[in-house]
Design a protein around this ligand. Structure first.
Ligand SMILES: [Zn+2]
Ligand SMILES: [Zn+2]
Ligand SMILES: [Zn+2]
Length: 88
């Protein structure tokens, strides 16, 4: 099945900005899961976390594609196309 995301050409090999959610680490907050922005390397917390920093990062920067930053998970999510996919 072709991947329905139209932003694949924007995905970059990024260096994660932090080992945890960048903003939560600053404020001493906790998170549930981590998400890695594949445009700039920002690490933010998922929508199950109270601060939802990954989604806030998308709204602030318009960086469309993030990847799960959890061990053993490598799926991607495009905020614009609202599709989940994996790169083989
Ligand atoms: Zn997309
Ligand atoms: Zn956070
Ligand atoms: Zn970003």
């Amino acid at each position: 099945m072709p991947i329905a995301c139209t932003h694949l050409d924007q995905i970059k090999e990024v260096k994660p900005s932090a080992k945890g959610c960048e903003e939560c680490l600053k404020t001493g907050d906790t998170w549930v899961h981590l998400r890695l922005c594949r445009i700039c390397g920002h690490v933010g917390c998922c929508d199950s976390s109270k601060n939802k920093h990954a989604t806030k990062h998308f709204h602030a920067t318009k960086h469309p594609v993030m990847q799960s930053f959890e061990p053993g998970e490598d799926w991607f999510w495009c905020y614009v196309d609202e599709v989940m996919f994996e790169l083989g």
